[in-house]
Design a protein around this ligand. Structure first.
Ligand code: ADP
Ligand code: ZN
Length: 730
């Protein structure tokens, strides 16, 4: 039984069910059961059971069912009820992004294991006993497992022996079982573990943050500091204040592969690792983190965008690092932007939020300029390090030889750094060896069967892969079309090919690749960082994975292999993205005592974005880009939304898109473009059409879309997705 807000005992509740197709459902609360709004409960549905969240009835309209028809709830799950502020955030997010509330709620309840309550699991450790018979394998395992405790599968990974060998050791009593609490506490972070001395500008910013954390009021900050200015060091002071006040902190990072360097710094500063949250956590780690977050035990959570919707008991600060990053925007499902939701969450729960970046999004700068965000600036690099010198190489004049991609001035610079024992970094945002493979004889091109995209050759792993759907094949010996042997040629470069070229030009150089293919686990990322820091690498060749986070003092040269790459394709903010990417990767050069240099290869040295980069004139770029956006009615001056229609049947997709097009609203403040086939007209086996909406700021865009699409019915095979504030237009 529970009481409503005026104290009447209530015996019926409305549930938000995690299945969007179901809609809200009403239930009876059986005698003796305690539920409140936000309780996570189990309810019967036909012969099945469903999980749902108790919601305020007036906020979740549904057809009324008479009391006599209600079935009783089955039980309340042993997790804290979701707070009212979080329920409001779920409503807001669903409303803003035109997504079902159920889908947003699923991002909150994102660990099935966590709902089961307290639990234990069995781990093993060495008992000190000896096996009856020693074998080489057993000896190896016992040496490796000294001081370790984990489950059998993890121990087998650590020891490098099979699980069978370890089971044998369990049977002989050499490994003993230990029952551990699945929710054992995390090590405590300490605000005063190792406090740095801040420079005056850093201190001024840190003081503002600390003040805002203490006041527990909504306060959005833009921390705008050049690469290497100590933004991290500065916001760590805000984290320290929250730890002291026993309020939880969330730090959102864009690229989870890169957190290793960050985690080490965090540990140096606070004496313990933070709680991690990302998509590749094991189920046990996920449940442990979720429960610690919900109970308030987790002090600082470092996570990818999905960490934003977790049910923090007592959140007091969010930091969005590299806040301009496009990966904060989710591309499917609920297409939310974590940066923007972070600000909303801070507002609902009344605490400060810090957006940190060396190349803020134009939207964020605009918010600062209009006084909505408070801007704090760190204008120079820490410790007197200078920003690198930037030059362009015009590829039309300095043509690389055939089948090569590095122009002479860049090659000279690489040689020079190698002779001096300094490091270089070559940046090309393209994984694999070559983006296209074709038959020299008949012209056949290898295309993905599920997507309108070429298959990318990965020579290291000997496969042709689609980067959109994951389809893979091994490269054939003969052309599948004309049957000619040895006739396949790779067209264009990916990072693997650039690494090959470096190896040819500088045979003595030690080359390391840094891409999501080579650094695909935290361990591999840590290994790479350790090697680079120890000076065991001369040339790093990397994708956008290397544009941020790294701090290698001996790295003095950055070469951008193809600055024009980002200007092609379906990116609605192409110029801004190119600016950010090149400025960020340039920021890896000259972070130590030696000055850095950046060489940008381009066929368009005169393009405003390239010219601004070469001149080091950030303001000029932002001013030009702002004017262009204002003129086009693009964000932040106008608004965009996309409608994506897809089906496995091309005619069905086209028909549905045309019907949406034909029923478009005719409004002064909303312009509808399309429908047209999407640039990626086939994706994962689905044919795709798109419409783009451009609205004035004053238009209630979401209401227009809801009214428009809400009136239409589509065949079951058709999916219609809405993307508010889209980033890409593929
Ligand atoms: P950003 O996040 O702005 O790129 P970082 O916080 O990574 O900058 O700082 C760059 C480097 O300078 C790091 O190695 C950092 O430890 C160091 N650093 C910055 N500020 C300080 C400080 N006040 N005291 C000691 N080291 C600092
Ligand atoms: Zn594909």
């Amino acid at each position: 039984m529970w009481r409503d807000h005026i104290g009447h005992p209530m015996n019926r509740v409305r549930l938000l069910i995690f299945n969007a197709a179901l809609g809200p459902l009403d239930y009876k609360v059986p005698e003796g059961m305690e539920v409140v709004p936000g309780s996570v409960v189990v309810a019967p549905l036909g012969p099945r059971q469903v999980t749902g969240i108790v919601w305020e009835e007036e906020r979740l309209p549904a057809d009324s069912v008479p009391d006599s028809k209600l079935r009783p709830l089955l039980g309340v799950l042993p997790v804290p009820p979701l707070k009212a502020e979080l329920r409001r955030l779920i409503e807001w997010t669903a409303d803003y992004y035109c997504a079902p509330m159920a889908h947003v709620a699923r991002m909150v309840i994102s660990s099935g294991g966590a709902l089961k309550g307290a639990a234990t699991m069995t781990e093993y450790r060495l008992s000190g006993g000896m096996p009856e018979r020693m074998t080489a394998q057993r000896e190896l395992a016992m040496a490796a497992l000294e001081g370790e405790q984990a489950n059998i599968r993890e121990l087998s990974e650590i020891a490098g022996v099979s699980e069978g060998v370890l089971r044998g050791l369990v049977n002989q009593g050499v490994l003993e079982p230990v029952e551990v609490d699945c929710d054992r506490p995390y090590p405590r972070a300490r605000a005063d573990f190792d406090v740095p001395e801040l420079e005056p500008e850093q201190q001024a910013a840190a003081d503002r943050f600390v003040e805002a954390v203490r006041e527990q009021e909504f306060a959005p900050f833009l921390l705008d500091g050049v690469t290497g200015s100590g933004k991290t060091e500065t916001y760590f002071e805000a984290i320290a204040a929250a730890i002291e006040d026993e309020r939880q902190v969330l730090v959102l990072l864009p690229e989870i592969a890169l957190t290793e360097a960050f985690l080490r710094r965090f540990e140096d500063r606070f004496g313990a690792a933070p709680v991690l949250w990302h998509s590749s956590l094991k189920a046990t780690e996920r449940r442990r983190a979720w429960r610690a977050i919900a109970s308030g035990e987790a002090q600082v959570v470092v996570g990818a965008r999905s960490a934003l919707f977790l049910p923090y008991a007592n959140l007091g600060l969010i930091v969005v690092d590299e806040a301009h990053e496009i990966s904060f925007k989710q591309g499917d499902g609920v297409r939310y932007n974590a940066r923007d939701i972070a600000v909303m969450r801070a507002r609902f729960e009344q605490f400060p939020v810090i957006l940190a970046s060396a190349t803020p999004a134009l939207e964020s700068l605009h918010m600062a300029d209009t006084g909505t965000y408070e801007k704090l600036v760190l204008p120079s690099r820490f410790g007197g390090a200078t920003l690198p010198e930037i030059e362009t190489i015009n590829l039309l004049e300095e043509k690389p030889g055939s089948q090569s991609w590095l122009a002479a001035p860049l090659v000279e610079a690489l040689k020079d750094r190698l002779e001096k024992g300094e490091q270089s970094l070559l940046f090309l945002n393209r994984r694999g060896y070559a983006p296209l493979t074709l038959c020299r004889h008949c012209g056949y091109r290898f295309q993905c069967p599920n997507c309108s995209a070429w298959l990318v050759e990965h020579r290291l792993s000997r496969r042709l892969a689609c980067h959109h759907c994951g389809h893979e094949t091994t490269p054939p010996e003969t052309c599948p079309e004309c049957g000619e042997p040895d006739c396949l040629v790779a067209c264009g470069p990916g990072v693997e090919r650039i690494a090959d070229e470096v190896a040819q030009i500088l045979p003595e150089a030690r080359v390391a690749m840094a891409t999501s293919d080579t650094l695909n686990s935290p361990e591999k990322a840590a290994e790479f960082i350790a090697m680079a820091e120890a000076g065991e690498v001369d040339v790093i060749v990397g994708t956008q994975l290397v544009t941020k986070g790294f701090h290698f003092p001996e790295l003095t040269l950055v070469g951008v292999v193809d600055a024009d790459l980002g200007l092609e394709g379906g990116d609605l903010r192409a110029a801004e993205r190119t600016y950010q990417q090149v400025a960020q990767v340039a920021g890896r050069a000259g972070r130590g005592a030696k000055p850095g240099k950046v060489l940008i290869q381009t066929r368009h040295p005169e393009a405003p974005v390239i010219a601004a980069l070469a001149a080091g004139d950030r303001d000029a770029f932002y001013e030009a880009e702002t004017e262009a956006r204002r003129h086009a009615g693009a964000p932040p001056f106008g608004r965009w939304a996309a409608i994506i229609v897809s089906s496995e049947d091309e005619a069905e997709a086209r028909e549905a898109a045309n019907r949406i097009g034909a029923t478009r609203p005719h409004l002064d403040d909303v312009q509808v473009l399309g429908p047209a086939p999407a640039p990626l007209a086939l994706l994962r086996g689905r044919y795709r059409y798109r419409l783009l909406l451009n609205a004035r700021r004053s238009a209630s865009l979401q209401d227009v879309i809801r009214a428009w699409l809400g009136d239409l019915d589509f065949p079951p095979g058709v999916r219609v997705g809405v993307d508010i504030d889209p980033y890409s237009f593929v």
